[in-house]
Design a protein around this ligand. Structure first.
Ligand SMILES: [Zn+2]
Length: 80
């Protein structure tokens, strides 16, 4: 998948590994994994949310569960 950040940087997860896509789980989800004894990484399911970070501007995009759709659900930009 490719996505153009608002800063103009092209984001993609086509390279593996990459520094764009993050695997994020809630604390509750992670606790459930621990209860089930999932310690091998292949046993851990894909996260509910697809989170991408632009390396150039630090914007964080949160995509719907359907990774094919390129419309982010939410966008964060830290202002300083
Ligand atoms: Zn950007």
């Amino acid at each position: 998948m490719r996505f153009v950040c608002r800063c103009g940087n092209m984001l993609t997860n086509q390279l593996d590994p990459n520094d764009t896509e993050y695997y994020v789980y809630s604390d509750r989800e992670w606790s459930e994994f621990e209860k089930k004894g999932w310690i091998y990484f292949l046993d851990v399911p894909d996260p509910k949310y697809d989170v991408w970070r632009c390396e150039k501007c630090d914007r964080i995009y949160l995509f719907k569960e359907n990774k094919v759709e390129c419309n982010p659900k939410h966008l964060w930009k830290i202002s300083s």
